[in-house]
Ligand binder design. Structure first.
Ligand code: GDP
Length: 443
């Protein structure tokens, strides 16, 4: 990692682009390219010149001296004018010196992690923040970047470590039943809490990946129109001819800060038309994969067998009924409990916009995790938390059977699993310190 790397950190085409250089050779490189003053964390103004002394750009640059930089290494950040021509010429110039190579994707953040500037969960949060498309995803990623998740994980890690030490002490002295008894209570608390954290994570996954919402219903109920009204664009072709939406259309959008992906599906109904069958197959699959299903029923037409068949094919627990075309004379009404066929219903018109806000609120209520749940959003972290909880549960059982050694082993694995979230892999070493640290002096 002692080589020096460079990369353009912004897309070209804006007014300004940022060229970043990191590594031991950055200062020499900056001195060679840039005429301005070079002082730690100070913006200076100057020119970029090539070997022949020709000016490539007039710009500003900041110099960071290790370890006080993003990567923890010597770093330069040059703000050039954002055209492709300037960026390409500067990259060419840097590469031609032989003093630096193009950085790999994520390499600056990887270096920051390897140099201890951030842990793995924070490094992942950088990526999430860059990728965030909706306000709530941004908020969750920013909290993770600040170290919110890391400090929760490290507090669980600490608790586990103390249980391990207690178990070790109890093993050391067989008569110490009380110590072991305490441990089993703490173990079940830990298991419960980690499971709950992972559970919240499953709900929060939508903040990273976007909740998948399938829009299903008989031909002509107004699926494409609703999709368009909800995302206010005209991607799906709206047409009065039944069954023209033959394939699914996916559309990413944000509803009240929650990222969603709408899957517009072909109308589900019996048909011999092969192309339509494929579409219907996809509808069924999409509703299987969806986090939420919007089951559309036309408000101005009696509910037909087709509608009921569709109702029967979906998982009612994750379905919202939408009664469409409220601007026309209605013949379909929800029951006193606001439901249709046992499913909570919202009445809308895609033409007048009536009911759309209520539908948005209902969607968000179903999908969005609360802020306190949105601590874990990453599948890797959820898996690690689950893994730790399983090991702890195994350890508790083993300990109850008097198999202290095996329980101890399981707990170490649980610690490793937690440590993998932040990238701390010194669980074994850490335990040694804790265990011996809790021993009496002279033992
Ligand atoms: P899909 O086959 O389920 O995708 O239905 P479309 O969105 O293509 O709509 C079918 C027909 O119903 C079109 O003629 C739409 O203009 C009409 N339509 C859709 N939504 C509404 C609505 O809210 N009110 C009225 N009056 N007509 C609608």
């Amino acid at each position: 990692m002692d080589d020096t790397v460079f990369a353009l950190s912004t897309p070209v085409g804006g007014a300004i682009a940022l060229m970043r250089i990191s590594g031991a050779g950055s200062r020499a490189l900056l001195e060679r390219l840039f005429t301005g003053r070079i002082e730690h964390r100070r913006v200076s103004y100057g020119r970029i010149v090539d070997g022949a002394g020709e000016t490539l750009d007039v710009c500003s640059a900041v110099w960071f001296e290790a370890p006080n930089s993003y990567t923890g290494e010597d770093m330069a950040e040059i703000s050039i004018h954002g055209s492709y021509a300037v960026a390409a010429r500067l990259a060419e110039l840097i590469a031609s010196t032989g003093a630096a190579r193009p950085a790999e994707p994520g390499e600056f953040t990887k270096r920051a992690y390897l140099n201890g500037k951030m842990d793995l969960a924070q490094a992942e949060a950088v990526m999430d923040l860059i990728a965030s498309t909706a306000e709530r995803s941004r908020r969750a990623a920013a909290r993770q970047l600040e170290g919110g998740l890391s400090s929760i994980v490290s507090s669980y890690y600490g608790r586990l470590k103390r249980v391990c030490a207690r178990l070790a002490a109890a093993m050391d002295d067989d008569t110490d039943e009380i110590e072991a008894g305490d441990a089993s209570e703490e173990l079940s608390a830990l298991e419960r809490e980690l499971e709950a954290l992972a559970e919240g994570g499953l709900r929060s996954r939508v903040l990273r990946e976007g909740a998948r919402i399938a829009i299903i219903g008989s031909p002509n109920v107004g699926k494409s129109s609703l999709l368009n009204a909800l995302i206010m664009r005209d991607r799906a072709i709206v047409t009065p001819i039944p069954g023209t939406t033959r394939d699914t259309v996916e559309e990413a959008a944000s509803i009240d800060g929650v990222p969603v992906v709408f899957i517009d599906t072909a109308g589900i109904r019996d048909t011999r038309d092969e192309v339509e069958l494929i579409g219907i197959e996809r509808s069924k699959r999409a509703s299987g994969e969806a986090d939420l299903i919007l089951w559309l029923i036309e408000g101005s037409r009696e509910i037909g067998r087709g509608d009921e068949d569709i109702r029967a094919s979906v998982d009612a627990g994750k379905t919202l009924a939408v009664i469409t075309k409220s601007d026309l004379e209605q013949v379909v009404f929800p029951d006193a409990g606001g439901r249709i066929g046992g499913i909570p219903a919202v009445t809308v018109s895609s033409i007048t916009g009536e009911g759309l806000d209520e539908l948005r609120r209902a969607i968000v209520k179903r999908l969005a995790p609360s802020d306190s749940e949105a601590v874990v959003t990453n599948t890797r972290h959820i898996t690690a938390l689950r893994g730790a909880a399983e090991r702890i549960s195994a350890a508790a059982a083993l300990q109850q059977d008097g198999l202290g050694d095996a329980a101890f082993f399981e707990l170490r694995e649980a610690m490793e699993s937690l440590a993998s979230i932040t990238g701390r892999s010194d669980a074994a070493e850490d335990l040694v310190d804790e265990i011996f640290g809790s021993f009496c002096v002279g033992k």
